[in-house]
Design a protein around this ligand. Structure first.
Ligand SMILES: Cc1cc2nc3c(=O)[nH]c(=O)nc-3n(C[C@H](O)[C@H](O)[C@H](O)COP(=O)(O)OP(=O)(O)OC[C@H]3O[C@@H](n4cnc5c(N)ncnc54)[C@H](O)[C@@H]3O)c2cc1C
Length: 370
């Protein structure tokens, strides 16, 4: 692209910090850099017209792990590691709520539920028998009982008679969250350049050189926040994981309110006003969903519709209004990768399915590497 003198001078010269990716992590990182370095020239390069990964696509659960998920984590991690994971999510959510504000997030403290299918009653019994142990483990973080059991008053079909309930879980409006973070960044003088795909980053003595589809620039430091797309630019253990979602048209007198986890978290649904947003099913085709391509598959969308019809709202007519997907970054560990990669290049990636919770904190930690 043939850029003008003005464009080069105003946007692309003397750049102190370049953040790649304008998701929750990239924006939180840029905001923290601005707080630390009020005079710095900070730009964000984003390949999409809007953020094009997971941050504008997610389900908006402000959660830190369902009962079965925490029990499952204890099989593969020490107690200390599990407490640390939960603490990071809780602290991250607090930071997000402080940065954006509950009103702007449209934060709703409806609580979160886990429902157990009758054909997986053993999971229910396991959760019931370990509830007290988990509550005790989490006491130093919450000072109160996190999990209890409630009757299945929502009329879920094929489900056991009780749901586990987490009084500290909430829901947010994902679009409002991202709109607020983007506005905050722009109003603090951070320049966001959209439709800019970073193709290559190389070291150049005391700076880094960034090649994009439009131009090549030098930047003193580069901070990579591309999550599911990270392995296209850097050699880190992050795999893409597509997650598919659908939303119903408004349903009259919808009785479901809150955030819900099903089948060890492989499925999740919530109300958003009087609609149901429903996602998951990656476990039906892990290999096929290990992709950076957006899209829906018949296999997963049919399963989502089937579960809605047979289990979640069995006696209600509904229509699907819209379907979409997002790309997460996952790995064999739940811990995110926040580290220096070379002299002037740093990364904060691999947020898994918890980026609403930990994204603000990972962004801050990334900025704090400098
Ligand atoms: C369907 C779905 C539901 C989810 N539900 C929840 C939930 O309820 N609660 C929760 O806590 N988490 C949830 N998550 C996870 C959460 O959304 C993510 O963990 C989080 O958004 C990750 O933020 P990020 O900034 O690291 O990555 P992203 O939001 O993916 O941002 C990375 C950005 O980098 C850009 N980019 C990538 N490569 C390049 C490049 N080469 N050049 C320029 N730009 C580039 C992308 O376009 C993207 O905008 C969900 C995810 C999905 C997909």
């Amino acid at each position: 692209m043939n850029l003008s003198y003005w464009e080069i001078k105003t946007w692309l010269t003397n750049v102190d910090f370049t953040v790649v990716g304008s998701g929750i992590v990239g924006l939180s990182c840029a905001l923290e850099l601005r707080r630390k370095y009020p005079q710095a020239k900070i730009i964000i390069l984003e390949k999409g017209m809007l953020p094009q990964g997971a941050s504008t696509k997610n389900a908006g659960f402000a959660c830190f792990g369902s009962l079965s998920e925490i029990i499952d984590d204890l099989q593969n991690h020490s107690e200390e590691e599990v407490i640390d994971l939960v603490a990071k999510r809780v602290n991250g959510l607090q930071l997000l709520r402080k940065t954006v504000g509950d009103r702007q997030l449209d934060y709703k403290p409806f609580g979160g539920y886990e429902l157990f299918l009758k054909n997986d009653e053993s999971l229910f019994l396991k959760c019931k028998s370990q509830k007290d142990t988990i509550n005790k483990l989490l006491k130093p973080l919450f000072y109160e009982e996190v999990f209890s059991f409630k009757p299945n008053e929502f009329g879920f079909n094929h489900a056991v008679e009780q749901l586990s309930f987490n009084q500290f879980e909430g829901q947010i409006d994902t679009g409002k969250m991202m709109d607020a973070l983007l506005k905050k960044a722009q109003s603090s003088g951070i320049k966001i350049l959209n439709n800019c795909l970073v193709n290559e980053i190389s070291e150049n003595n005391d700076s880094a050189v960034i090649k994009t589809n439009n131009f090549e620039i030098k930047s003193n430091k580069v901070l990579i926040a591309t999550n599911g797309f990270a392995s296209q630019l850097i050699n880190q253990k992050v795999a893409p994981a597509r997650a598919q979602v659908l939303i119903t048209k408004p349903i009259k007198n919808l009785h479901i309110k809150g955030t819900f986890h099903l089948d060890k978290g492989y499925y999740y649904f919530r109300n958003i006003e009087d609609r149901i947003l429903f996602g998951g099913g990656r476990n039906l085709d892990f290999k096929g969903e290990e992709t950076t391509e957006f899209g829906q598959t018949e296999l997963i969308q049919e399963k989502l519709e089937d579960l809605l019809r047979t289990t979640i709202i069995p006696n209600i007519d509904f229509e699907i209004d819209h379907r979409w997907s997002g790309i997460m970054g996952v790995g064999n560990q739940k811990k995110s990768i926040v580290k220096q990669i070379s002299n002037n290049v740093f990364c904060g990636v691999r947020l898994g399915g918890m980026g609403v919770a930990i994204g603000s904190l990972v962004g801050k930690e990334l900025a704090d590497l400098l």
